[in-house]
Design a protein around this ligand. Structure first.
Ligand code: FES
Ligand code: FES
Length: 168
């Protein structure tokens, strides 16, 4: 099948590659761009393991073809940490023991990063609802909920400190 050339921005960097029109975005990210942090689980939109941020929205990269990402800005789990410094969500997941095998974790982190930007002070129920589209076979979700709440608290404290600094 004829290959299509795709140009896009991934994690702040211009990237490009060739893919057949039927290649899934998750496979393009993993196989062609070497970004294996995004996991392929069910490959039919159920588990959420493949979630990435696509033009600001959390999307399932197994439900998109790579060619649909032409010109898009995508963030994958590799964008979260700053060198050796974990993103606040990653640090909270680590401290709350919110993962075991870790297969679901990249998708949950990306989906929660968008959720917390849209809902910065969520109730436990809102966190549970936001997590309802992602499947974890290991944790029972309790620690994931705690980790997302801890991250929300820390992000709020950071915002407050920045506001106070700006007011001085
Ligand atoms: Fe995409 Fe399961 S691999 S939703
Ligand atoms: Fe194993 Fe979630 S930590 S599937």
């Amino acid at each position: 099948m004829t290959q299509r050339h795709i140009r896009l921005n991934v994690n702040g960097q211009p990237r490009e590659g060739d893919a057949s029109p039927r290649k899934l975005l998750v496979d393009f990210l993993r196989e062609d761009l070497g970004l294996t942090g995004t996991h392929a689980g069910c490959e039919h939109g159920v588990c959420g393991a493949c979630t990435v941020v696509f033009d600001g929205e959390a999307v399932r990269s197994c439900l998109l073809f790579a060619v649909q990402a032409e010109g898009a800005a995508i963030s994958t789990v590799e964008s979260l940490a700053d060198g050796e410094t974990l993103h606040v969500l990653q640090q909270s997941f680590h401290e709350c023991h919110a993962l075991q095998c870790g297969f679901c974790t990249p998708g949950i982190l990306m989906s929660m990063s968008v959720f917390l930007s849209e809902c910065p002070a969520p109730t436990e129920q809102q966190v549970r609802e936001a997590l309802s589209g992602t499947l974890c076979r290991c944790t029972g979700y309790q620690n994931i909920v705690r980790a997302v709440q801890l991250a929300a608290t820390r992000l709020a404290a950071t915002r407050l400190a920045a506001t106070r600094l700006a007011a001085k």
